[in-house]
Write a protein that binds this ligand. Structure first.
Ligand SMILES: [Zn+2]
Length: 673
């Protein structure tokens, strides 16, 4: 039976080594799964590239397994009958002792490694063909594939998948809240259904539950809600797979938030047996994301780059000290460095992930990968002649363009794979070696690693501490950075201008002459949210839903990390909507200010309420509210005994029920006449 387990962890950061056990052998994590197309017909233009590339990969000892996109046959001229044939036996069997494309080709390599199959969710949702099954009122289609968990799981099982991702409903970035919530709930339903179907299977694939979300809170809610609902599942659930990441490669802060949101939502006692897979990610971010706790990656960009005749360049090192110290990736192509240097461990973090096209292969191109060794034997000149000067099929020539596209893809694969192997070695070495590596990439301005790493330290203060201990003070977020980093994030804050100029003096409830409490009987104190106004945030909306019955009797006050108590009627003031501030446990002074203002507020207004209730699960805010209630001498903080001090507990159904039960006790639903 396929399963994920953690083998070793590094003390610095959240990096770990693990194993995905499958019937086709073990995958050592962190792992890279290249996207491989198995069923593109040889008549299609790229069919010839794929068959050659598969052959290289299948024979490559470092190749650990393939990602196959379940619905990718739609990109090729595959008929429903042909798909039927593909589904008649596992993919592995189609690629065992199979015939060469041309009779005079040598015997192709067998596919023996693990097969990871996604759900094709994105393709399904962009198609009018694959709707609900006829039994649920949908239209029949000639593929007999429908957008429901049963149909997609059947397809994945027919392919002979060792690892699968559950059917998901991707969320476009600008989808409205209501539909976003609906899609997330549908995805959770679908994941639960898929896992239930597999509970009775004797040898089920490892299941990664597909999750989505564009911010920390949402992804945290998603994971927490799923785990709450999956308590009866234990057989094949092995991890989470985060989708919709491809567009985020340019928004590294959001990428960091999402990975942290998922990791933080997994309870400590489950962490070691749940893997975290990231769809659509490879290359330069994998070291950083591994440091944050990701276990596996997949992408097709190694192949896509080759289709644009591009080599991914990771091999040129730099020996000139002054360049080593400050190569600015945005203004220097590594080619500018000249450079006759061997590949050293240092060259690695200096090198940016630049690319060059096949007509610009450096004379001293020193890549030692099997693809480049092969190309060297053929001659790089031959590659250039065939790629640029010939028709695709040259009857007099020995080589076709697809031979070279395949070899360039193979080289690009080796670059990604090599990085993954290196990251694994660093974790084996332990002692924060991976942290050092990522920090050096950041210090040398490789990609956006610096921004991403700083962002990670906003929430992960332990990581910040570890970086500081190693002398990387400038890579950690201090409070002004934390504010700035938050601002770079692309989350719409209700179209409000954001200002960094705000200080706690811009709003102080204790000085508002226009404030008075109405006839509400309960004071409800909640932590602030990133989304403004607070009432629009996911954290506040779940509380509003749980307490809807008593809404007219509740006076809601939000504890802002900037201003302290903010009663609901002030949420739309511009200074309340436009500040961005993350209060962390490290900001002692600010915490004191917030707590002091809350105590003063309670002393002034607390006696006007029949009951004072706080609902908070994140450590920093919960501590402030508890401290203030205790100083004031009245008030209950719920949930009374959260499993963790973390945001995910905020969304847990049992905790929200505890809140409504408490309100039910203090507020009879029919008020006395
Ligand atoms: Zn190479």
């Amino acid at each position: 039976m396929a399963s994920f387990e953690t083998d070793t962890t590094d003390d610095a950061g959240n990096a770990r080594r693990g194993t995905i056990h499958t019937p086709h052998g073990d995958v050592q994590t962190p792992a890279f799964f290249p996207v491989v197309n198995f069923i593109g017909g040889p008549n299609e233009k790229s069919g010839g590239i794929w068959s050659r590339l598969r052959n290289h990969l299948f024979g490559e000892p470092e190749f650990q397994g393939a990602m196959f996109q379940a619905m990718s046959f739609l990109d090729f001229n595959i008929t429903p009958e042909s798909l039927e044939n593909w589904r008649s036996k596992p993919i592995h069997n189609h690629f065992t002792d199979h015939k060469p494309v041309k009779p005079y080709h040598s015997q192709p390599e067998n596919f023996t490694k693990p097969l990871f199959v996604d759900s094709g969710g994105f393709k399904l949702l962009n198609s009018d063909t694959f709707g609900d099954p006829p039994t649920e009122g949908g239209d029949d289609n000639e593929w007999a594939i429908y957008t429901n968990p049963e149909s997609i799981l059947d397809l994945q099982l027919d392919y002979g998948a060792d690892i699968i991702a559950t059917l998901d409903y991707p969320i476009p970035p600008n989808l409205n809240d209501e539909e976003t919530t609906q899609r997330m709930e549908d995805s959770i339903d679908s994941a639960i259904r898929c896992l239930e179907l597999l509970e009775d299977q004797s040898d089920p694939p490892a299941v990664y539950v597909a999750i989505h979300g564009h911010d920390y809170e949402t992804i945290n809610w998603y994971v927490g809600t799923f785990l709450d609902r999956a308590t009866h599942i234990d057989k094949s659930f092995e991890g989470f797979a985060i989708g919709s990441l491809v567009p985020l490669r340019t928004n590294v802060e959001m990428l960091v938030d999402i990975v942290q949101g998922a990791k933080d939502a997994i309870p400590a006692d489950r962490k070691n047996d749940l893997g975290l897979h990231l769809f659509g990610i490879s290359g330069k971010f994998t070291a950083l994301l591994t440091l944050l706790g990701a276990d596996s990656f997949d992408s097709s960009s190694y192949m896509q780059a080759a289709q644009f005749k591009k080599f991914i360049n990771r091999e040129i090192g730099v020996s000139d000290e002054k360049f080593v110290r400050n190569p600015n990736a945005s203004t220097h192509d590594l080619g500018d460095f000249g450079v006759d240097v061997d590949r050293t461990a240092d060259a690695r973090w200096v090198a940016d992930w630049s690319k060059f096209t096949a007509d610009q292969i450096p004379d001293d191109w020193g890549c030692q990968c099997p693809a480049c060794e092969h190309l060297r034997r053929i001659g790089f000149e031959q590659l250039q002649v065939t790629m640029y000067d010939s028709e695709s099929y040259d009857p007099d020539g020995k080589y076709m363009k697809s031979d070279f596209y395949a070899l360039m893809s193979y080289h690009n694969f080796c670059v990604y794979q090599d990085e993954m192997n290196y990251v694994r070695e660093l974790i084996n070495d332990g002692d924060g070696k991976l942290l050092e590596y990522v920090a050096k990439m950041a210090r040398n301005d490789v990609g956006n690693i610096k921004r991403a790493l700083k962002r990670a330290t906003v929430r992960d203060r332990e990581l910040a501490q570890q970086l500081r201990e190693r002398g990387y003070n400038r890579l950690t977020a201090d409070q002004s950075d934390a504010e700035q980093e938050r601002l770079d994030l692309d989350i719409p804050v209700d179209d409000q201008e954001i200002s960094l100029e705000h200080t706690p003096e811009d709003f102080n409830i204790l000085q508002r002459k226009d404030y008075q409490v109405g006839d509400e009987r309960v004071l409800l104190v909640l932590p602030c949210s990133q989304t403004k106004p607070y009432s629009n945030s996911r954290t506040h909306r779940v509380v509003a839903d749980a307490t809807a019955e008593w809404s007219s009797k509740i006076h809601k006050v939000t504890v802002s990390g900037m201003y302290g108590p903010v009663p609901e009627q002030y949420e739309s003031l511009s200074q309340i909507k436009s500040y961005e501030y993350v209060l962390t446990n490290a900001e002692k002074q600010r915490k004191q200010l917030v707590a002091d203002r809350l105590v003063s507020y309670l002393e002034e207004y607390g006696s006007q309420f029949d009951a004072i209730v706080g609902y908070a699960t994140s450590k920093t805010y919960r501590t402030i509210i508890e401290q203030a209630f205790s100083e004031y001498g009245n008030g209950v903080v719920l949930p009374k005994d959260p499993k963790m001090r973390a945001l995910t507990e905020h969304f847990r159904a049992t905790n929200l029920e505890e809140l409504s039960e408490h309100l039910n006790d203090v507020l009879p639903s029919t008020p006395p006449q």
